[in-house]
Each structure stands twice: as C-alpha cells, then as structure tokens.
Design a protein. Structure first.
Length: 135
C-alpha cells in the first residue's frame, strides 16, 4: 500500500474550504485512507503550522482552532506521529492563553523526563505546570 505524508496546506484546504475544488480532492483522499486504499501520515510540525495559520491568516478564535486540530488528529486512516503528545498539548492549549507550540513543548519536556524547560519565554511557561530552568 502506498503511504504519503500530508502537509499543512492539504489540511487547510479541507478545514476552511476556501478553495472548494481542493477541499473536494482532499475529502476524496481522506475517504481512500479511511477505506485502507492508501495510508496517510503527518506529524507535529504540521499541527504547529495549522495552529499558526488558522490564527494569523484566518483569524480564528482559539476554541475553533482547538476543535479543528482535534478533528484532524482523529481522522480515520491518518497516522499522526506523537499523537499522544499532540492530543495532550491540545487540551493544555485550550485551557491556557498560550500558543500551541508552547503547550507541545511543555508536554514533550515531561514525556522526555527532563528537569525543566530552558526558555526566555517565561510569560507563557509560567502559566503551565512545568519547571523553568534559569538561563
């Protein structure tokens, strides 16, 4: 079976339907994946780009971004690398006034059993249950 990595722009077309012809083509691809005709994969950088693009270009509110990213994570026939970190990060992102990437960093730092996060971005990380290492 053929396997393809799905880039951000594919999901954008599907989520916002700003180019209906593209959105229809993506829907057909997702149907093929769900039926097991092809295998689709994606990963964390795509979720970072999705969150940023939906916020900055499409001016979506955080709740809408959360819902759309969660829907992508749950697409049948799509394998998402680090899905456990992504879904936990989405829950943190939803609850706190931070960017999705910061939520992901906080979750991953715990998963990797680090002693803390080194950052100059104390404003966002102080809102999370993460130890900051002074730089």
């Amino acid at each position: 079976m053929k396997k393809y990595f799905v880039d951000t722009n594919i999901f954008i077309r599907y989520l916002v339907n700003d180019e209906p012809e593209h959105a229809d083509r993506v829907e057909k691809l997702l149907d093929k994946a769900e039926k097991g005709e092809i295998r689709l994969v994606t990963g964390p950088p795509v979720f970072f780009e999705l969150a940023w693009t939906l916020k900055s270009f499409y001016e979506m509110k955080k709740d809408e971004i959360y819902s759309r990213l969660l829907s992508i994570a749950g697409i049948p026939g799509l394998d998402v690398s680090d899905i456990d970190v992504i879904t936990e990060s989405l829950e943190i992102y939803k609850k706190h006034p931070i960017e999705f990437a910061d939520a992901y960093i906080s979750v991953l730092s715990k998963k990797l059993d680090t002693d803390g996060v080194m950052t100059f971005n104390k404003k966002h990380f102080n809102r999370l249950d993460v130890t900051l290492y002074p730089v």
